[in-house]
Design a protein around this ligand. Structure first.
Ligand code: 13P
Length: 251
Protein backbone atom coordinates (compact mmCIF):
# COMPACT_ATOMS: atom_id res chain seq x y z
CA UNK A 1 0.00 0.00 0.00
CA UNK A 2 1.23 3.46 -0.77
CA UNK A 3 2.25 5.62 2.17
CA UNK A 4 0.05 8.43 3.52
CA UNK A 5 0.91 11.60 1.63
CA UNK A 6 2.21 14.64 3.46
CA UNK A 7 1.96 18.21 2.14
CA UNK A 8 3.60 21.16 3.86
CA UNK A 9 3.61 24.84 2.97
CA UNK A 10 7.02 26.41 3.55
CA UNK A 11 6.23 30.09 3.88
CA UNK A 12 9.95 30.98 4.02
CA UNK A 13 10.70 34.62 4.98
CA UNK A 14 7.27 35.88 3.99
CA UNK A 15 4.28 37.38 5.82
CA UNK A 16 3.97 39.38 9.03
CA UNK A 17 2.34 37.83 12.08
CA UNK A 18 -1.06 39.22 11.10
CA UNK A 19 -0.65 38.09 7.49
CA UNK A 20 0.37 34.61 8.64
CA UNK A 21 -2.72 34.35 10.80
CA UNK A 22 -4.88 35.48 7.87
CA UNK A 23 -3.33 32.94 5.53
CA UNK A 24 -3.80 30.14 8.06
CA UNK A 25 -7.47 31.05 8.38
CA UNK A 26 -7.84 31.22 4.60
CA UNK A 27 -6.14 27.84 4.14
CA UNK A 28 -8.44 26.26 6.71
CA UNK A 29 -11.51 27.65 5.03
CA UNK A 30 -10.32 26.46 1.61
CA UNK A 31 -9.47 22.92 2.64
CA UNK A 32 -11.86 22.52 5.56
CA UNK A 33 -10.68 21.58 9.03
CA UNK A 34 -11.70 17.97 8.87
CA UNK A 35 -9.89 16.54 5.82
CA UNK A 36 -8.40 13.14 6.43
CA UNK A 37 -6.68 11.58 3.43
CA UNK A 38 -3.20 12.95 4.14
CA UNK A 39 -1.13 15.03 6.56
CA UNK A 40 -1.06 18.78 5.91
CA UNK A 41 0.80 21.56 7.63
CA UNK A 42 2.33 25.00 7.31
CA UNK A 43 5.69 26.46 8.28
CA UNK A 44 5.54 30.18 9.09
CA UNK A 45 8.44 32.31 10.35
CA UNK A 46 9.43 31.93 14.01
CA UNK A 47 7.68 35.12 15.12
CA UNK A 48 4.39 33.97 13.57
CA UNK A 49 4.39 30.46 15.06
CA UNK A 50 2.32 31.20 18.14
CA UNK A 51 -0.40 33.17 16.36
CA UNK A 52 -0.54 30.65 13.54
CA UNK A 53 -0.86 27.87 16.12
CA UNK A 54 -3.86 29.69 17.58
CA UNK A 55 -5.43 30.05 14.14
CA UNK A 56 -4.92 26.34 13.45
CA UNK A 57 -6.24 25.30 16.84
CA UNK A 58 -8.73 22.42 16.68
CA UNK A 59 -7.90 21.77 13.03
CA UNK A 60 -5.83 18.79 12.02
CA UNK A 61 -3.15 20.87 10.30
CA UNK A 62 0.30 20.61 11.80
CA UNK A 63 2.60 23.49 12.57
CA UNK A 64 6.22 23.34 11.42
CA UNK A 65 9.22 25.59 11.92
CA UNK A 66 11.74 26.26 9.14
CA UNK A 67 14.93 25.60 11.11
CA UNK A 68 16.26 24.94 14.59
CA UNK A 69 19.55 24.80 16.46
CA UNK A 70 21.13 21.67 17.93
CA UNK A 71 21.55 22.95 21.49
CA UNK A 72 18.81 23.43 24.09
CA UNK A 73 19.69 27.00 25.07
CA UNK A 74 22.59 29.33 25.68
CA UNK A 75 24.76 31.93 23.99
CA UNK A 76 23.67 31.33 20.38
CA UNK A 77 22.39 34.74 19.33
CA UNK A 78 19.63 34.54 16.76
CA UNK A 79 19.02 30.82 17.14
CA UNK A 80 16.07 28.81 18.46
CA UNK A 81 15.96 25.33 19.96
CA UNK A 82 13.76 22.31 19.36
CA UNK A 83 12.25 22.52 22.84
CA UNK A 84 11.26 26.15 22.22
CA UNK A 85 9.56 25.11 18.98
CA UNK A 86 7.67 22.34 20.73
CA UNK A 87 6.53 24.80 23.39
CA UNK A 88 5.34 27.16 20.64
CA UNK A 89 3.09 24.42 19.24
CA UNK A 90 5.27 22.92 16.49
CA UNK A 91 5.19 19.22 15.80
CA UNK A 92 7.51 19.39 12.78
CA UNK A 93 10.66 21.23 11.80
CA UNK A 94 12.22 21.58 8.35
CA UNK A 95 15.97 20.94 8.48
CA UNK A 96 18.67 21.28 5.84
CA UNK A 97 16.67 23.26 3.31
CA UNK A 98 18.88 24.18 0.35
CA UNK A 99 18.50 27.86 1.21
CA UNK A 100 20.00 27.10 4.64
CA UNK A 101 22.78 25.11 3.01
CA UNK A 102 23.55 27.60 0.25
CA UNK A 103 22.96 30.97 1.92
CA UNK A 104 23.76 30.19 5.55
CA UNK A 105 26.60 27.70 5.26
CA UNK A 106 24.88 24.61 6.65
CA UNK A 107 26.98 21.54 5.98
CA UNK A 108 25.91 17.90 6.12
CA UNK A 109 27.54 17.74 9.57
CA UNK A 110 25.52 20.68 10.91
CA UNK A 111 22.33 19.32 9.35
CA UNK A 112 23.06 15.96 10.97
CA UNK A 113 23.38 17.51 14.44
CA UNK A 114 20.12 19.38 13.96
CA UNK A 115 18.21 16.34 12.69
CA UNK A 116 19.50 14.25 15.60
CA UNK A 117 18.61 16.86 18.21
CA UNK A 118 15.15 17.62 16.85
CA UNK A 119 14.23 13.91 16.71
CA UNK A 120 15.66 13.30 20.17
CA UNK A 121 13.56 16.15 21.59
CA UNK A 122 10.35 14.87 20.00
CA UNK A 123 9.91 16.95 16.87
CA UNK A 124 9.16 15.27 13.58
CA UNK A 125 11.68 16.29 10.95
CA UNK A 126 11.35 17.19 7.28
CA UNK A 127 14.93 16.66 6.17
CA UNK A 128 15.75 18.30 2.81
CA UNK A 129 18.19 17.14 0.18
CA UNK A 130 18.73 18.08 -3.46
CA UNK A 131 21.32 18.85 -6.10
CA UNK A 132 22.20 22.13 -7.80
CA UNK A 133 21.91 22.67 -11.55
CA UNK A 134 25.70 22.32 -11.94
CA UNK A 135 25.64 19.03 -10.08
CA UNK A 136 22.78 17.71 -12.22
CA UNK A 137 24.48 18.78 -15.42
CA UNK A 138 27.72 17.14 -14.29
CA UNK A 139 25.85 13.88 -13.83
CA UNK A 140 26.49 13.65 -10.08
CA UNK A 141 22.91 14.03 -8.80
CA UNK A 142 22.91 10.52 -7.35
CA UNK A 143 26.24 10.98 -5.59
CA UNK A 144 25.26 14.33 -4.11
CA UNK A 145 21.87 13.20 -2.84
CA UNK A 146 23.28 9.96 -1.44
CA UNK A 147 26.02 11.90 0.36
CA UNK A 148 23.42 14.29 1.81
CA UNK A 149 21.17 11.44 2.97
CA UNK A 150 24.00 9.47 4.55
CA UNK A 151 25.59 12.59 6.06
CA UNK A 152 22.35 13.97 7.45
CA UNK A 153 21.33 10.66 9.00
CA UNK A 154 24.73 9.59 10.37
CA UNK A 155 24.38 8.03 13.81
CA UNK A 156 20.60 8.34 13.84
CA UNK A 157 18.95 5.13 14.99
CA UNK A 158 15.27 5.49 14.20
CA UNK A 159 13.57 7.21 11.29
CA UNK A 160 9.97 6.73 12.39
CA UNK A 161 9.51 10.50 12.80
CA UNK A 162 11.45 11.46 9.72
CA UNK A 163 10.23 12.67 6.34
CA UNK A 164 12.70 13.38 3.54
CA UNK A 165 12.03 16.19 1.08
CA UNK A 166 13.78 15.94 -2.28
CA UNK A 167 14.12 19.48 -3.57
CA UNK A 168 16.32 19.93 -6.62
CA UNK A 169 17.82 23.39 -6.14
CA UNK A 170 17.33 24.29 -9.81
CA UNK A 171 13.58 23.75 -9.46
CA UNK A 172 13.07 25.92 -6.36
CA UNK A 173 11.33 29.20 -7.04
CA UNK A 174 12.29 29.02 -10.71
CA UNK A 175 9.03 27.77 -12.17
CA UNK A 176 11.01 24.80 -13.54
CA UNK A 177 9.65 21.61 -12.06
CA UNK A 178 11.50 18.36 -12.30
CA UNK A 179 9.46 16.08 -14.54
CA UNK A 180 7.64 13.41 -12.60
CA UNK A 181 10.07 10.85 -14.08
CA UNK A 182 13.13 12.86 -13.01
CA UNK A 183 11.73 13.24 -9.51
CA UNK A 184 10.68 9.59 -9.27
CA UNK A 185 14.17 8.46 -10.24
CA UNK A 186 15.78 10.39 -7.38
CA UNK A 187 13.05 9.42 -4.90
CA UNK A 188 13.67 5.76 -5.69
CA UNK A 189 17.39 6.27 -5.23
CA UNK A 190 16.82 7.94 -1.85
CA UNK A 191 14.58 5.08 -0.77
CA UNK A 192 17.27 2.63 -1.84
CA UNK A 193 19.89 4.48 0.21
CA UNK A 194 17.59 4.48 3.24
CA UNK A 195 17.03 0.74 2.75
CA UNK A 196 20.79 0.21 2.88
CA UNK A 197 20.96 2.17 6.12
CA UNK A 198 17.78 1.06 7.92
CA UNK A 199 16.46 -1.97 6.07
CA UNK A 200 13.74 -2.47 3.48
CA UNK A 201 10.78 -2.21 5.83
CA UNK A 202 11.82 1.16 7.28
CA UNK A 203 12.59 2.46 3.79
CA UNK A 204 9.23 1.30 2.53
CA UNK A 205 7.46 3.22 5.29
CA UNK A 206 9.47 6.43 4.82
CA UNK A 207 7.64 9.33 3.25
CA UNK A 208 9.58 11.28 0.63
CA UNK A 209 8.11 14.60 -0.46
CA UNK A 210 8.96 16.38 -3.68
CA UNK A 211 9.60 20.15 -3.57
CA UNK A 212 10.39 22.64 -6.33
CA UNK A 213 7.76 24.66 -8.19
CA UNK A 214 4.88 22.37 -7.27
CA UNK A 215 1.67 23.95 -8.55
CA UNK A 216 -1.96 22.88 -8.85
CA UNK A 217 -1.23 22.09 -12.51
CA UNK A 218 1.58 19.58 -11.86
CA UNK A 219 0.74 18.21 -8.42
CA UNK A 220 -1.50 15.34 -9.55
CA UNK A 221 1.11 13.93 -11.89
CA UNK A 222 3.95 14.24 -9.37
CA UNK A 223 1.99 12.70 -6.50
CA UNK A 224 0.95 9.78 -8.68
CA UNK A 225 4.54 8.52 -8.88
CA UNK A 226 5.18 5.43 -6.76
CA UNK A 227 7.91 6.94 -4.57
CA UNK A 228 6.54 10.49 -4.25
CA UNK A 229 4.56 10.89 -1.05
CA UNK A 230 3.36 14.49 -1.20
CA UNK A 231 5.10 17.82 -1.50
CA UNK A 232 6.96 20.63 0.21
CA UNK A 233 5.46 23.73 -1.30
CA UNK A 234 7.03 27.19 -1.42
CA UNK A 235 5.51 29.92 -3.59
CA UNK A 236 2.17 28.22 -4.21
CA UNK A 237 1.61 27.76 -0.46
CA UNK A 238 1.28 31.54 -0.06
CA UNK A 239 -1.99 31.41 -1.97
CA UNK A 240 -4.73 29.61 -0.05
CA UNK A 241 -6.62 28.45 -3.13
CA UNK A 242 -3.49 27.10 -4.84
CA UNK A 243 -2.31 25.38 -1.69
CA UNK A 244 -5.76 23.84 -1.21
CA UNK A 245 -5.73 22.56 -4.78
CA UNK A 246 -2.35 20.91 -4.17
CA UNK A 247 -3.63 19.39 -0.92
CA UNK A 248 -6.61 18.05 -2.80
CA UNK A 249 -4.27 16.40 -5.32
CA UNK A 250 -2.53 14.61 -2.44
CA UNK A 251 -5.47 13.57 -0.26
P1 13P B 1 8.88 26.68 -4.59
O1 13P B 1 7.63 25.84 -4.47
O2 13P B 1 8.62 28.15 -4.45
O3 13P B 1 9.70 26.31 -5.76
O4 13P B 1 9.78 26.32 -3.28
C1 13P B 1 10.02 25.01 -2.97
C2 13P B 1 10.65 24.97 -1.63
O5 13P B 1 11.78 25.38 -1.47
C3 13P B 1 9.88 24.44 -0.52
O6 13P B 1 10.67 24.26 0.61
Amino acid sequence: MKRRNIVAGNWKMNLTVAESRELAVAVLSEIGAGFSGCDVGVAPTFVALTETAKALDSSSLFLAAQNCHFENEGAYTGEISARMLLAAGCSYVIIGHSERRQLFGETDAIVNRKVAKALQDGLKVIFCVGETLDERESGITGDVVTRQVKGGLAGIDGIGDLVIAYEPVWAIGTGKTATSEQAQEVHALIRGTVAELYGAEAADGLRIQYGGSVKPSNAVELFAMPDIDGGLIGGASLNAADFAAIVKAAC
